[in-house]
Design a protein around this ligand. Structure first.
Ligand code: ADP
Length: 485
């Protein structure tokens, strides 16, 4: 429930608000980081750095103990690091010193503290001491650091103790705090301006696309989809333009379908009505005429049922309600059987079907549906082949990895730009004549069946020379058996 509400909430936000929210989140993160590191951790950071700088300076000084200019180093280091220095011999007696705090430091304030530091240093396991002590006179924290001095043989020659002041960071912290708040205010203002600019840049093209998409939804296919802003918006514009073209094509095809189907239904219905009336009014008593008219009515009924059956078959194939019934068949035998069946029809109609390719080839397929494919292609070839030549070819070409079935005619051929349309539903050439029996669905059924089988298919055509429709099936292979997929 909570998840749903959150989703609903973010879905309702505009791009402007979302971008502003992201900017504000970024400002908050920057604020938290600056506050934590610059304000809260300022004291501990300063202390760590001071200890490291004082211990580093003290050790460097100790390593210069044997050099000739050690005395100069002593003063130089005291001034540079603002620290007092005390050098003791190995018994704790003072050898030299430099004081930067006019005798107010923890080493030169006349107390016995130095001696305690010396004792501590001598007994220290690490050989070093590091103490933080509050100096009442100076009203400040002091840092005491000590380490041994070695003679040339590596033995202890004495001890070096330094005292530096830990400056209070409260004042600096206050300044940093004010600066941080000031930067945050600037960041919030620039965040609002930048997010408004970014939202305008991104949101405006999306708004325009939305308006165009609404016009598309209302059926205006002429609408343009302007891109702009960024690559993703350009991609969206391209996709919407593509969707618009496809929708327009589908719409046109549906209009064609209704026009074709109603035309193809109306013609036989008109003929059937006309001949039925003729039988009733004129030829009813003349058996010869009546039979002639009844035959026309039967032919028109066949034409109608062919159309309705094709429509039903295609819709079943495309909706997936018809499954493949896969068998191992010898395609050569199947082709020979079909060719034999066509022999009679082609002789009667004056066409000749020439079949080549006899070598057996076993494939896995739905035998009935593949037969439908071959018959649809053969019917088309017979319908569209040249009226002078009247020849149709059925070929089987075996390859090691596939068998290719070709159905060729010597008709007018198909124009290049029509080739990609002919497998579309309800497409029929403009010069389609009524004597050519067909519903405009034959090739769509071929395509649906071949696609279900996963076969490659296509058409090669040359204007004036004819067309060759083909498909290719792989050899039967138990591993690639479609039933097992
Ligand atoms: P139809 O019932 O119109 O033949 P099809 O789906 O079988 O429907 O074919 C669609 C269109 O493809 C046909 O109208 C025709 O223009 C074209 N066509 C199909 N086969 C051939 C062919 N062998 N030669 C030329 N054109 C063809």
């Amino acid at each position: 429930m909570l998840k749903f509400n959150k989703l609903q909430f973010t879905r309702n936000l505009t791009i402007r608000v979302k971008i502003w929210l992201f900017f504000m989140m970024l400002v908050c993160i920057v604020f938290i980081l600056m506050w934590t590191f610059q304000i809260l951790l300022l004291g501990p950071f300063y202390e760590i750095m001071k200890v490291s700088s004082v211990s580093g300076a003290t050790k460097k000084l100790a390593s210069a103990y044997h050099t000739e200019n050690f005395t100069d180093c002593l003063l130089d280091s005291a001034v540079r690091n603002d620290m007092c220095i005390e050098i003791l011999d190995k018994n704790g007696a003072e050898v030299r010193y430099e004081c930067m705090f006019s005798g107010n430091c923890m080493l030169h304030n006349g107390s016995n503290d130095v001696y305690f530091y010396f004792m501590e240093l001598r007994e220290s396991e690490t050989g070093e001491i590091c103490r933080k002590i509050y100096n009442n006179t100076m009203q400040s924290e002091m840092l005491i650091y000590g380490c041994p001095l070695y003679n040339k043989k590596g033995g202890i020659a004495g001890y070096l103790i330094t005292n530096a002041r830990l400056v209070p960071v409260e004042a600096s912290r206050q300044i940093m705090q004010n600066i941080t708040i000031f930067i945050m205010v600037l960041l919030v203002i620039s965040g609002v301006i930048l997010s408004a600019y970014a939202a305008e840049n991104l949101g405006a093209p999306i708004k325009k696309l939305n308006i165009s998409a609404q016009r598309l939804a209302q059926g205006d296919y002429t609408v343009q989809f302007p891109g702009g802003g960024c690559a993703e918006v350009d991609d969206l514009a391209d996709t919407l333009a593509y969707a618009s073209r496809e929708l327009s094509r589908t719409d046109e095809m549906q209009r064609d379908l209704i026009a074709n189907v109603s035309h193809d239904m109306r013609t036989p219905l008109t003929m059937m009505k006309a001949y039925a009336e003729m039988i009733r009014d004129l030829s009813g008593n003349n058996p010869e005429k009546r039979n002639q008219h009844l035959n026309i009515i039967i032919e028109e009924t066949d034409r109608l049922s062919l159309l309705v059956n094709d429509m039903l078959d295609l819709s079943k194939l495309e909706s997936g309600t018809q499954k493949l019934d896969i068998d191992r068949i010898d395609i050569s035998e199947k082709l020979r059987e079909i060719a034999r069946r066509y022999e009679g029809i082609s002789e009667k109609m004056g066409y000749s079907l020439i079949f080549t390719g006899n070598a057996p080839y076993i494939i896995n397929c739905d035998s009935g549906k593949i037969e439908r494919v071959i018959c649809n292609l053969l019917n088309n070839a017979i319908n569209y082949t040249s009226k002078e030549d009247r020849r149709v070819y059925l070929r089987q070409i075996n390859f090691p990895d596939r068998v290719r079935i070709e159905i060729s005619d010597t008709g007018d051929g198909i124009e290049e730009d029509k080739i990609k349309l002919i497998f579309d539903k309800y497409y029929r050439s403009e010069n389609h004549k009524r004597e050519v029996v067909g519903t405009g669905l034959g090739l769509s059924i071929v395509k649906a069946i071949l696609k279900m089988h996963g076969y490659n298919y296509g058409v090669n055509s040359k204007i004036g020379e004819g067309s060759t429709f083909w498909f290719e099936a792989p050899p039967a292979d138990p591993i690639n058996d479609i039933n097992q997929q």
